[in-house]
Design a protein around this ligand. Structure first.
Ligand code: MLT
Ligand code: ZN
Length: 412
């Protein structure tokens, strides 16, 4: 596809902040078409930016001029294996894999609010965490085999054969989180889990993030522990048309726990129960997006430091508004800085301000959303030299001409 408007729609991310300028978009339907595109790229030298459901938030869609966006959403076949695993094309949505797992009496361990659009290929390339990562692990832990096309068009696959066989360096480990910079992932062999028979969803109110973390961290049977504040609650209620679920509190923790373990939770204050409470957490992103183009941060910060960090940043960022929510059990916080009114823009200087404050609080600038282009420079500066050398060496070995998603990730 080369029509300018169509190409533009593939070259803008979910938050509307990152815009790329590729020459065209190629929607492939098979692995062999991916091979053809990469062989052409090797001959002619054009860069290739692999894309799944386009729900990324770190500028992966900011395809450079002259590049080709390789949209993989047409790779959506699924095959059930006798060993209980599922082989899914990279373009299968998370929701379609969850449905297939449930038809098989199993569960897929990854869940994201963007499940209807986000793909397993995209989740693998960012090593996404989502709502249940503290229990089932991030995407890497849901994958036992991978099929990928290398920069020269060669196919590598660990999908067939015994998942338990240990042949040394594992392509799954090498490619998880590599953001399309080392190869184009075309299919994944997914590990499905036995479902937890009964779970209970509880929302509890707190005065501090630290108190919220103390209630759930390390408690057996806790599957999810998601943080949101009163600012986020008000926005979801107002923009999502939901009724207030409980009396106002400074912070809320949404917990999903195996029902047999509920007694291990010490609930001292106000709390309500019901699976519909998930809506208050899941609708945060869409509700915030309606307020203006947010400047999104996805960071890892020790929960005990989040109260002070949030107070400091709210002050420093005014008149912009600060939203904070995320996966508290994994110390993974999402800061969204929203302009004071819809037409205003959050200045780029907030990047340094927020990330310096995060690092001063003992945190890291990159969480489950990945590095992308948004954090490429910061990742390079933050990584210890040995790890940076390893990443560079991998990139040089697997993509010597630098044609795969150039500018994304830490490698140079
Ligand atoms: C979430 O946890 O809701 C997502 O990572 C999306 C976001 O940060 O907006
Ligand atoms: Zn998240």
């Amino acid at each position: 596809m080369t029509d300018l408007d169509v190409v533009r729609s593939y070259a803008v991310d979910w938050s509307d902040r990152f815009h790329g300028s590729p020459t065209c978009v190629v929607r492939v339907r098979s692995r062999d078409e991916v091979v053809t595109v990469l062989e052409r790229s090797a001959d002619l030298g054009f860069p290739v930016v692999a894309q799944g459901g386009n729900t990324g938030l770190v500028g992966a869609t900011m395809a450079p001029p002259g590049s080709v966006i390789l949209n993989l959403s047409g790779l959506n076949d699924m095959v059930e294996n006798d060993d209980g695993s599922l082989v899914a094309g990279a373009g299968c949505t998370i929701a379609s894999v969850q449905d297939a797992a449930s038809r098989l009496g199993k569960v897929f361990g990854l869940d994201l609010a963007s499940r209807d659009s986000a793909t397993v290929g995209g989740a693998f390339n960012t090593n996404a965490g989502g709502m249940y990562a503290a229990y089932w692990g991030p995407m890497r832990d849901q994958v036992t085999g991978v099929e990928a096309v290398m920069a020269d068009g060669t196919v590598v696959s660990t999908i067939d054969g015994n998942a338990e066989a240990a042949w040394g360096v594992d392509p799954v480990a090498v490619l998880a989180g590599s953001e399309g910079t080392l190869a184009v992932v075309t299919a994944l062999k997914l590990r499905l889990r036995a479902p937890v028979t009964e779970t209970t969803v509880i929302m509890a109110g707190f005065d501090s993030v630290e108190a919220a973390a103390q209630m759930a961290v390390g408690v057996p049977g806790v599957m999810a522990g998601e943080l949101l504040g009163e600012t986020e609650m008000e926005t979801v209620i107002e923009r999502g048309g939901l009724a207030r679920p409980m009396a106002p509190h400074r912070w809320y923790l949404l917990i999903e726990i195996e029902s047999g373990s509920v007694d291990s939770l010490q609930i001292d204050g106000d709390a309500v129960v019901g699976s519909s409470l998930w809506a208050y957490r899941e609708r945060i992103t869409e509700s915030i997006d309606g307020l203006g183009v947010p400047y999104k941060f996805d960071v890892v910060v020790p929960p005990a430091r989040l109260d002070d960090l949030h107070a400091d940043l709210s002050r420093l960022l005014a008149p912009n508004r600060l939203f904070m929510f995320g996966h508290l059990l994994r110390s993974n916080a999402h800061f969204n800085v929203v302009p004071p009114h819809r037409e205003a823009t959050v200045p780029d200087e907030v990047d340094q301000l927020v990330l310096d404050a995060v690092e001063k609080a003992g945190g890291s600038a990159a969480g489950e959303h990945g590095v992308g282009r948004a954090k490429a420079v910061r990742a390079r500066d933050s990584l210890p030299p040995g790890r940076r050398d390893l990443i560079d060496a991998l990139k040089r070995a697997l993509d010597p001409d630098g044609r795969l998603n150039p500018g994304a990730g830490a490698a140079r």
